[in-house]
Write a protein that binds this ligand. Structure first.
Ligand SMILES: CC(C)(COP(=O)(O)OP(=O)(O)OC[C@H]1O[C@@H](n2cnc3c(N)ncnc32)[C@H](O)[C@@H]1OP(=O)(O)O)[C@@H](O)C(=O)NCCC(=O)NCCS
Length: 349
């Protein structure tokens, strides 16, 4: 698509309409409207809003939209330029102020538009800014995609969405931990983890072709890596491995899969709160030997990239016993800060 086509656009009423709303959607809109009437009066502030894609030159505006998000775990101030190489940045402006921003990417063989890093300037929240930004992106980014996919962690928003047209595609359990590199370095020591092997694109391709393995490792039919939900299709492999280190303790063989197979994927981001490490685990998290191997090898290999303060998010299938993970991490000095569910959501375009 030519850049001029998507670079500047003003919304018309029709452009933000996704089709005839269902009764549920109408009720939800009414209840939202009531909430907004009480908290923030609807105004005509958005009459002059314009949208366009962003460039490297927009960095200062992008980070000014929202500061200190997610208790300092927002990676946008540190990764904006890098993400811009493979994603499209979308922003909305009122006069010359950037009032909203998000990244969008076409994944899943062109079927889905992944939305992430969504943010709206505080004083413009609750007025439909994000809804319009999303409509602009959906209209302009792809003509093949039929849905938007995104991740949420707010239970209130999740309940709201379930009453509307969005579809829950999976949920996963997240635990958050804190530590320092000094303490971790002292406790990690040296271990022989040669039973673990690095997963490259051909390994992952083979794994995705093995139905027994995928049903066991990815029962939600999605691979969630670094907060991004992917369908199990080969065209996503490049995305899954970008900036991610993946290890496995077994090779997928024909149609056989040992239940001891486990995959781990790590991502490291420098953020305001410190070094944020995201570790996704696939498979059963109850075997101490296996969990220890994965956690040690991933942390050892990433150690050089760690600053003084560490925040770790560890994400795995819901309804699993967390005892072993907690035990292994406490031996390495990690203290648990929080836990919650994350939801993968799809919304038709
Ligand atoms: C979430 C946020 C972007 C909503 O912006 P907004 O302009 O107030 O939203 P709108 O007035 O357009 O209306 C609400 C829409 O936002 C969606 N929304 C609300 N909370 C959301 C969340 N945490 N994640 C994703 N979408 C959210 C609602 O579902 C609704 O869309 P729908 O009509 O399709 O259901 C804004 O509150 C924000 O910047 N929050 C802080 C950052 C954040 O939590 N980002 C989301 C995770 S990446």
């Amino acid at each position: 698509m030519a850049d001029e086509e998507i670079n500047c656009w003003k919304p018309a009423a029709d452009d933000i309409h996704f089709g005839k709303p269902t009764t549920d959607e109408i009720n939800l809109m009414k209840s939202k409207r009531k909430e907004l009437d009480v908290k923030k009066p609807m105004t005509d502030d958005l009459a002059g809003i314009t949208f366009r894609t962003t460039t490297a030159e927009d960095y200062d505006d992008v980070i000014s939209v929202r500061r200190h998000l997610y208790d300092g775990a927002d990676y946008i101030p540190y990764r904006y330029y890098e993400l811009l190489e493979h994603n499209t940045g979308f922003a909305g402006f009122i006069d010359s102020t950037m009032v909203c921003f998000m990244f969008a990417t076409v994944i899943d063989d062109g079927e889905s538009i992944l939305l992430r890093s969504i943010r709206v300037r505080d004083e413009y929240e609750g007025k439909g800014v994000y809804t319009r930004l999303r409509a602009f992106c959906m209209k302009n980014l792809s003509h093949t995609a039929n849905k938007a996919v995104f991740l949420i962690s707010s239970p209130t928003h999740f309940e709201q969405l379930c009453r509307g047209s969005a579809k829950l595609v999976f949920s996963r359990h997240t635990m958050m931990f804190g530590n320092t590199t000094k303490s971790l370095r002292g406790l990690l020591g040296l271990r022989d983890e040669s039973f673990l092997q690095r997963v490259d694109s051909s390994f992952l391709g083979e794994l995705l072709r093995n139905r027994t393995a995928t049903q066991y490792l990815f029962p939600e039919n999605r691979v969630l890596i670094n907060w991004i939900p992917y369908q199990l299709v080969p065209s996503n492999i490049e995305w899954m491995l970008r900036g991610t280190e993946v290890f496995s303790n077994a090779v997928p063989k024909q149609d056989k899969i040992k239940s001891e197979m486990m995959i781990s994927a790590i991502n490291v981001d420098q953020c305001e709160a410190g070094t944020v490490v995201t570790l996704d685990l696939f498979g059963d998290v109850c075997d101490e030997e296996m969990i220890t191997g994965h956690i040690y090898i991933q942390l050892q290999k990433a150690l050089d990239r760690f600053g003084d303060i560490l925040v770790l998010y560890i994400i795995f299938q819901e309804h699993q016993d967390t005892k072993t993970v907690l035990h292994v991490l406490s031996k390495l000095g990690w203290s648990k800060v929080d836990n919650y569910a994350v939801y993968g959501v799809e919304k038709s375009i």
